[in-house]
Design a protein around this ligand. Structure first.
Ligand code: AMP
Ligand code: MG
Length: 488
């Protein structure tokens, strides 16, 4: 049976009071439904489709506080572009933890729902564009098979928000396995109250890593487990050319989900130094820097955890370093596996590490030199025939492709198996920046058709469906100069 109401529990508010502030979303003048993710609702045993639109709109902006809700905003801190700051939900309200009949627990959070005690100089609001953008990209990431927070609904509020120009305000309902961030631990550590740190450690283990419950080295084990999830996440981001754009420690979730889609964007032409965010002037969060920065963020988590790792500060540091030092090897191993899948390199692998790495780096170098589209190149290589035309008609590529074919045929591996492997990891449809922009522009002026069409195509990104062709075209000329903004 599907419920029209959330089945809320509120475990987060059993943490010490410093971790949150009870307060309610703003009352909005004229909420209007823009989109509800009925499929996601269904997967959580919920069904809002029987509620009239005005009730759904009131529900998803907070005017109608859902039954069982005890709204609050969360305290956290974070390193933003390397600098430590005390933060907190400045424009978000946690409405509750929805628990499904299978005992799965999801945070239901409103974003853009008005000021909170953590708003600092912000207005606590969000504009429609960035909220729909998060909706589109997070749903795309989910369909790509990448751990992510999701989007349940977007409503406009009837209240204009003032940015460079007045824009329609909106609230997005975010679904996350939790909102515990590296910055949540940094916050606890910064208070210098050991009981806060222990409380959030125990809570996180119970919620995300119950297998560590009886570990003798809980804090250290947590660090290792979080690191494993982050490595998996980074490998997946790199696989699809995703650039998060603002990997501050407050935007890294311990659950291993991608979170806080602000200035993120997908890479078109392959360029390891690609940056889209207007505020990332030094390329700190460039495409190829992401694993390194995840490692850096994990070091901040380790620092926060030190007092719980060992009473002896030197020993604690030594133990944390040992774990952090595993990052590089582990990441490189997983990355090689992923790149081999992208190229369908099967068969006996152990003796081929060096030559496979060379095959991969030569391809990437060629792609960079020719401005080849990241997504389409791997998709072209996943076809049964050798790619031709455009930049493929050159000797460098032909030579590389001859080596590649020889490698694929070694050890009698079948081409079909290789192709099948590639098509399962190389998407044909990604949310292309220029298409997302067009869909948002039209949505803002009231025409949602392109956005719905795009969302439908993004649901099965690995299918080669002719219907989706219009979403597969790389921008002409390249969108190297495309800029994203933090969406605040
Ligand atoms: P972000 O870079 O989007 O992760 O945001 C960084 C911090 O700024 C978070 O603590 C947000 O809650 C806060 N913030 C962002 N936009 C606003 C806003 N319009 N009003 C208040 N706080 C905001
Ligand atoms: Mg954030």
């Amino acid at each position: 049976m599907k419920r029209t109401r959330f089945n809320f529990e509120n475990t987060y508010t059993s943490l010490p009071a410093a971790f949150f502030h009870l307060d309610s979303p703003t009352e909005f003048p004229n909420p209007q439904l823009v989109i509800v993710n009925h499929e996601l609702a269904k997967s959580m045993s919920l069904d809002f489709s029987t509620l009239p639109d005005d009730q759904q709109a009131a529900l998803f902006c907070g005017n109608l506080v859902p039954e069982g809700s005890e709204p609050f905003s969360q305290a956290y801190a974070g390193h933003q572009f390397g600098n430590f700051t005390m933060l907190g939900d400045g424009r978000a309200h946690m409405m509750g933890e929805h628990v499904t009949p299978n005992d799965e627990r999801f945070d239901i959070q409103f974003k853009g729902s008005g000021p909170t005690p953590y708003s600092r100089r912000g207005d606590g609001l969000a504009a429609i564009g960035p909220m729909l953008r998060e909706y589109i990209i997070s749903e795309a990431m989910h369909a790509l098979g990448i751990a992510t927070t999701r989007s349940l609904a977007v409503v406009t509020t009837g209240k204009m928000v003032i940015r460079e120009r007045p824009l329609p305000g909106a609230v997005m309902t975010r679904v996350a396995s939790s909102h515990i961030r590296v910055g949540t631990f940094e916050f606890a550590a910064a208070t210098q109250k050991p009981e806060l740190l222990s409380a959030i450690l125990e809570y996180t283990i119970k919620r995300h890593f119950p297998e560590l419950k009886n570990s003798e080295m809980k804090a250290l084990s947590l660090l290792r487990s979080v690191m494993e999830r982050q490595i998996c996440l980074m490998v997946n981001w790199m696989r699809v050319g995703f650039i998060h754009g603002v990997m501050n420690t407050d935007n890294m979730a311990l659950s291993g989900e991608s979170i806080d889609y602000g200035p993120c964007a997908f890479m078109n032409s392959y360029n390891p130094d690609q940056v889209f965010s207007s505020i990332d002037q030094h390329g700190r969060y460039a495409y190829s820097n992401q694993p390194k920065l995840a490692h850096w963020n994990l070091a901040r988590l380790a620092e926060a955890l030190l007092p719980l790792i060992d009473e002896d500060a030197d020993k604690a540091e030594e133990l944390a370093k040992e774990v952090l030092n595993e990052f590089d090897d582990s990441y490189q191993k997983e990355r090689l596996t992923m790149m081999r899948q992208k190229l369908g390199l099967l068969g006996e692998l152990e003796s081929k590490e060096e030559s496979d790495e060379k095959l991969i780096s030569d391809l990437l170098e060629w792609m960079h030199k020719h401005g080849a589209d990241f997504t389409n190149t791997f998709r072209d290589l996943s076809a049964a025939t050798t790619p031709t035309g455009q930049h493929y008609d050159n000797e460098e590529f032909t030579r590389w492709h001859t080596r590649y074919t020889a490698r694929r045929l070694e050890h009698g591996q079948s081409m079909e198996a290789s192709i099948k492997c590639m098509q399962a990891v190389n998407p044909s449809v990604i949310p292309r920046n220029y298409i997302v922009e067009q869909a948002l522009e039209e949505a803002e002026s009231g025409d949602l058709s392109l956005m719905h069409e795009l969302l439908a195509a993004l649901k099965s990104p690995y299918d080669s469906n002719e219907k989706n062709e219009k979403f597969q075209t790389a921008p002409h000329p390249s969108d190297k100069a495309y800029q994203t903004y933090c969406g605040t």
